[in-house]
Design a protein around this ligand. Sequence first.
Ligand SMILES: Nc1ncnc2c1ncn2[C@@H]1O[C@H](COP(=O)(O)OP(=O)(O)OP(=O)(O)O)[C@@H](O)[C@H]1O
Ligand SMILES: [Mg+2]
Length: 264
Amino acid sequence: MTTDANLVSSVRTEADIQIAGVTQRFGSLLALDTVDLRISAGEFVSVLGPSGCGKSTLMRAVAGLVPPTAGTIHIGADLVRKPHPDVGIVFQKATLLPWRNVRDNITLQLEMRNLPAARFEKRLRQLITLTGLEGFESALPHQLSGGMQQRVALCRALIHDPKIMLMDEPFGALDAMTRETMNLELQRVWLESRKTVMFITHSISEAVFLSDRIVVMSKRPGKIATIIDVDLPRPRSFSMVGEPAFIEATIRIRECFDALGMTE
Ligand SMILES: Nc1ncnc2c1ncn2[C@@H]1O[C@H](COP(=O)(O)OP(=O)(O)OP(=O)(O)O)[C@@H](O)[C@H]1O
Ligand SMILES: [Mg+2]
């Protein structure tokens, strides 16, 4: 069963993601089963689901790193077959090169894409300021905290100004305080740039705090169980956790987890 590609093509914009009938098998293991999802340009969508349900697999397919067994993924009008130039990726670990300083870890992205560093100097400065890394440009990764390393990874994913960001549990390894700070920083970056974001997380509160919509996936084989709209104004603050809309979204996700026999 696939979504009618002609039907959706008429409403494509440059920076949206269209996942149509995506199935992923690894040998006899069915990791993803007929996933359909459309993320609009400028939308922030989180994906929540139990370990092993196929979240990273879905993200890798969107990133063009692993071709799906069946179904199609489009970024704008482009059928994804390989990594797309308009996509930036942040992985769970910062994966910085230990011998390169902050600045050179960020500009690695440009080198890999054969983009002239001089053209991106102003943007580099802006990103370093935006993420509070000023004064650490020459520091090596081991001289940084975990949160700072993730901020470098965020800058590296943003330096070439991709229209789309794919983030796979980027703050999963951070302590709760640093994680909240990173959520606020990510919100700030997103509000300034309005990129299309697909954000994978295990944290319900992180998903509610950041997202326009939250996709809940069921256990393997991964399917979309439900999609929840988060109706909270922006910019959001963590003091909103007590507000009815925040509580309602949290309860709906928990109810969905319960109904699916999942725990957070
Ligand atoms: N390259 C691969 N080869 C074989 N099996 C794979 C491969 N990648 C993923 N899988 C399997 O696909 C399933 C989904 O894995 P995936 O990494 O997408 O889960 P996930 O939802 O991201 O889990 P987690 O929350 O733990 O990160 C798992 O059962 C995993 O073992
Ligand atoms: Mg994963």
